[in-house]
Write a protein that binds this ligand. Structure first.
Ligand SMILES: NC(=O)c1ccc[n+]([C@@H]2O[C@H](COP(=O)([O-])OP(=O)(O)OC[C@H]3O[C@@H](n4cnc5c(N)ncnc54)[C@H](O)[C@@H]3O)[C@@H](O)[C@H]2O)c1
Ligand SMILES: O=C(O)C(=O)C[C@@H](O)[C@H](O)[C@H](O)COP(=O)(O)O
Ligand SMILES: [Zn+2]
Length: 342
């Protein structure tokens, strides 16, 4: 597992002095270059800045090519070190580029969104989207360390905080009922370092038990079979829906399925649903889009032999995985979630 530092960004100087490296590269997107790079730069020595366009639509092999080209142009060797300074798009894509360049160079994650601090920067899932499918090409490749500093929240828009908050709610729902309750009480605008640490600890514990998602790690994917499908669909439709927002609606759908499968009690399902409905804006999806959404669900990485397998809830604070869900039930869950008539 990577080393985790909950500290001020200036600590990077001490961290770098302990890591042997020949060259230093810093990956940003245009937004983190604008808002975050100046907070880090004073503590770095000589380095090369790699700046790529921001957003999920740029989490692609084409952007990786730009990154690999700059590493190559600067003759980066295997002891070069990459710092990923950004949200989940940058930590996922930068980690993937690091893992594949000359078969692997070291990297450090400095997550700058709430979502990347509590989830994306930790646990070694790296990758990019491909042909409209989320994280379709990727590697398990761990950063040397992750440095978490909430100073970056000051420039984060509200919808980005809400997006990260959804993954925190997920951590509570799958593994810790008290965390779920504490988050509901706090609300997304009162997230503090303790709550962030708690979420990261939940994720870390699961990843440590099953780093390459052979079994238990699948619980971290609760809300994602339908969430990723909705996210990918909205990307094709130019409808802005952030990853965490899509996961929130995925959790509503999958909580419904957990109940239909005879696991999650009705009142618990309703409590989850009411909370999310009050906090997140609902995506606009027509019934005519269902075939596309089903096709997206069928590409989920947890599936086996053409069957859709989901991670569902037994109760708030306890999840299970490898539950087969048929098409009819998925369609009912979509109707229920999007409030359409079947
Ligand atoms: N690897 C994993 O385990 C994992 C877990 C969860 C999500 N993800 C992935 O993470 C991605 C979503 O990450 P995200 O929500 O961080 O999105 P993101 O990386 O697109 O960042 C959101 C936006 O905020 C900007 N930004 C970043 N930090 C900022 C700051 N401090 N101030 C102002 N603007 C800032 C970015 O430039 C971007 O425009 C998705 O691709 C998702 O699939 C991966
Ligand atoms: O770390 C994990 O494992 C997760 O599933 C965390 C998710 O929040 C994250 O969105 C992840 O990138 C999804 O992975 P994928 O395998 O479904 O692409
Ligand atoms: Zn996620």
């Amino acid at each position: 597992m990577s080393e985790l530092y909950f500290s001020e960004i200036k600590e990077i100087k001490a961290v770098l002095s302990k890591i042997k490296h020949t060259q230093l590269f810093v990956l940003v997107d245009n937004e983190t270059e604008k808002h975050c790079y100046s907070l880090l730069k004073p503590y770095l020595g000589t380095h090369v800045l790699i700046s790529v366009p921001n957003g999920e639509t740029n989490k692609t092999l084409a952007t990786c090519t730009l990154i690999w080209e700059i590493l190559t142009k600067h003759e980066a060797d295997r002891n070069a070190l990459l710092i990923n300074l950004g949200g989940g798009v940058i930590t996922d894509m930068g980690g993937f580029c690091a893992g594949t360049y000359k078969r692997g160079i070291n990297f450090i994650n400095i997550p700058t969104t709430l979502l990347s601090q509590v989830d994306a920067s930790v646990g070694g899932k790296t990758g990019v989207d491909f042909e409209g499918y989320k994280n379709h090409i990727g590697l398990f490749y761990e950063p040397l360390c992750v440095m978490i500093d909430t100073v970056f929240h000051h420039t984060l828009p509200d919808n980005q905080l809400l997006s990260g908050f959804a993954e925190m709610l997920k951590h509570g729902l799958i593994a810790d009922m008290d965390h779920w309750k504490a988050l509901k009480e706090a609300g997304y605008s009162n997230i503090n370092v303790e709550l962030i640490k708690h979420s990261v600890t939940i994720k870390e514990k699961v990843v440590k038990a099953d780093p390459t998602e052979k079994g238990l790690r699948k619980i971290l994917n609760f809300g994602h079979t339908i969430g990723h499908a909705i996210e990918s669909y909205c990307l094709t439709n130019q409808q802005e829906l952030l990853h965490g927002e899509a996961v929130a609606w995925g959790m509503v759908a999958e909580a419904y399925l957990s109940n239909k499968k005879g696991m999650l009690g009705k009142s618990d399902q309703e409590e989850i649903e009411e909370y999310i409905r009050a906090a997140y804006k609902i995506p606009e999806i027509e019934k005519t889009s269902y075939p596309k959404i089903l096709r997206l669900c069928k590409q989920d990485k947890k599936n086996q032999s053409g069957e859709v397998f989901m991670s569902l809830l037994e109760k708030p604070g306890k999840a299970t995985f490898n539950i087969s869900v048929d098409e009819v039930l998925i369609l009912k869950a979509l109707d229920h979630t999007l409030k359409l008539k079947f």
